[in-house]
Unconditional design. Sequence first.
Length: 353
Amino acid sequence: MVVTDTRRRRARRKSRFGRLAGWQKALTVLVVLLLLLGGGLAGSAFYLYSRYDNKVAREDLLPDAASAADQEQRDENWESGALNLLLLGSDSRAGEAGGVSPIGERSDTIMLVHISRNRDKATIVSIPRDSYVDVPAGGSWKGGKNKINAAFAFGGAKLTAATVRQLTGVPLDGAMIANFAGVHRLVDAVDGVNVCVPYVVRSTFSRKVWPKGCHDMDGDEAEEFMRQRYEVPGGDFGRMYNQQLVVKAVIAEAAHGDMLTNPLKFDHLMVTAAEALTVDKSLDLRELALAVRGIRPAAIKYATVPYTSANLRTRAGSAVQLDKVKSAAMFAAIKADTIDEWLTAHPQKAPGS
C-alpha cells in the first residue's frame, strides 16, 4: 500500500511537471529571439541561419492583413520602424469549466515583445492569462467577454492575435509559439543559472524552500521554482515574476559564458531552442536576426500589464481586471515606441513589495 501511494504521488508530480508551462516554452523563444539569433548569426554566419531555420516549424499564426495599407505598414516596420511580436506558450487543459472549449488548449503565456525603432532595446510585456477581455468571434466562439487565454482554445493563435490586437491597439509584425521544450533542457544547456529572489518561495511539490537571496539552479530546480504560484507573493503574478527572473538568468548566462564561442555548446542550445518553435509563415528569421543583433541583455526590460483586481468574479470564473487607464497608457507607449520612457516614469514593483 505504501509503495502504491508513493507511485501515485510520483505520477501526480510527474504529470504536473510534464505539462510544460507557457513561460517555460516561451523561454526558448526569448533565448532565440533576443540573444542567440542576434548575437550568434552576425557577420557571415548564414550557414547557422540555414541550419536552425530548417528546424523551426511554420504555420499561419496571424490573421490576414485587414488591408493593403496594413501590409504596407508591416513591411515598413520591418524596414525601419519599431517591431511588435506576439509570443505564445500553450498548456493543454481539456474540458475546464467556465467558458473553456472542449478543444482544451489554452495559451498559458501571452507576451508582447517590443523591439525599438533603433533596434537597441527590447521590452517584454506579459498579459495576464486570466485577463477578462473582449474576445472576438472565431472558431467555435461567437464573441464576447472571456479570459484572454480562452481565445487559443476557441480559435488558436489567430484568434489570440486578433484578441491581443483589439485589446492593445498594437499592430503585430510577427508571431511565435513555443511548442515543446522543458525549461530544464535550456537551463542545463547553459550549465545552470544563478537566480536572485527578493522574497521567500516555498515549493508545493516538495519540501524545497528558496530563501531571499541568490541560488544556483539546475534545470529541474529552475522548472520547479518557476511553477510555484501558491507559496509566493502575488500568487500567479509572483509566478510570472519568478519566470522573468529565470529568463534573465538564462540570457545572462548564455551572454557572459562561453556559449557563443564554444561551437558544441552553441549548437546544442540553438537546436534545443529551434526545435521548440513554431513561427508565423511570414516571419523571416534572417530579418529578425538582423533586427535584434544589437540588443544586449541589459537593454531588455520586463513588465506586466497593470491590473486592479486578480479576483474579479465572472461567468468564466475568477479573472483579472486590467487597469483601463494605466493599461491603455502602456499600450499607447508601445505603439509610439516610448515604452522605455513610460516604464521609467511608472516603475513596476516585485510582487509583495
